[in-house]
Write a protein that binds this ligand. Structure first.
Ligand code: ADP
Ligand code: MG
Length: 272
């Protein structure tokens, strides 16, 4: 299988945007499940104290006694915090304790490197590790960007979507200059995309022109199935015919081929 990997190198991908509600968590869960469907071994990391990724993968953050928080503070080996999910991805979960990690890490030397150090022992165990960053540009997101090889920016195609993108890209540049010179900005992923109107397309071409940002294919359509899946705790890609799930499968294939050496497929908002 050209897209199943022989785990020579683990790919670490951060999904980041300091704006909430742009489908970061949905992207991490769905892309992770889709990569499992391609035969990969996948770990997803919940870096948001709200624990939405943890919850959407069927675990109640309030009932966990080990989480990424204890791993970041150095109190627990990462292997002891990783749990299984019904979607087939391994999960490094978050609990509300993570809200305190920000303050704890700030007092430590090398605070941006805590996650990178924590994940190091797992690098032979997974094909892909995907990090769900919280909706801020604080020390947790800096940890996500420092631990990653590449970063994907979900972008909700609505008016004012560009607000904050400049600040995020500056943060990515600073991380490249200071803590992670090898970090690659893959591009924006259009989410909650409505192909029936020109509005989504206009917003997208405005943002990609303004920031010279590649746009990844395919755009993820808005579909009610995602809200349903989150509410029921059902596996994220259940319901094979749904368009959103198919888009994430196509994205998984695009990224897996890219990591195997092909050029990344991009979407040009002007032409579709
Ligand atoms: P973030 O992690 O960026 O805050 P989420 O992934 O939690 O964003 O998504 C925000 C909300 O949008 C959630 O209620 C989620 O179910 C919903 N959502 C995400 N993707 C889609 C989609 N393609 N279609 C419809 N709703 C979606
Ligand atoms: Mg989220």
């Amino acid at each position: 299988d050209e897209v199943g990997k022989d785990r020579a190198v683990t790919t670490v991908l951060a999904v980041a945007n300091q704006k909430g509600g742009v489908a970061k968590t949905t992207t991490v869960a769905s892309l992770g499940a889709a990569l499992v469907g391609l035969g990969q071994k996948v770990l997803v990391v919940d870096l948001d104290p709200q624990g939405c990724l943890t919850f959407s993968l069927g675990h109640n953050p309030d009932r966990l006694d080990a989480s990424v928080h204890e791993v970041l503070t150095g109190d627990l080996a990462v292997q002891d915090a990783v749990i299984d999910t019904e979607d087939g991805v391994a999960l490094l979960p978050a609990t509300i304790d993570l809200a305190g990690a920000e303050a704890l890490l700030l007092m430590r030397p090398g605070r941006e490197f805590a996650l990178k150090r924590a994940l190091a022992p797992l690098l032979d165990d997974y094909d892909t590790i995907i990090i769900d960053c919280p909706p801020s540009l604080g020390v947790l997101t800096l940890n996500g960007l420092t631990a990653a090889q590449s970063v994907l920016v979900p972008l909700q195609c609505e008016t004012l979507a560009h607000r904050g993108v400049g600040q995020l890209l500056r943060t990515v540049t600073e991380v490249q200059q200071i803590t992670n010179p090898d970090l690659v900005l893959l591009g924006a992923l259009p989410t909650l995309y409505d192909a029936r109107t020109t509005h989504s397309r206009d917003v997208l071409s405005d943002v990609s022109d303004r920031y010279n940002l590649p746009v990844l294919a395919p755009p993820i359509p808005r579909t009610v199935r995602f809200a349903e899946a989150t509410a029921s705790g059902a596996t994220v890609l259940a319901g094979r015919k749904n368009k959103g799930a198919q888009a994430y499968r196509d994205l998984a294939e695009n990224l897996a081929k890219h990591w195997a050496g092909s050029e990344l497929a991009t979407f040009s908002p002007g032409s579709a």
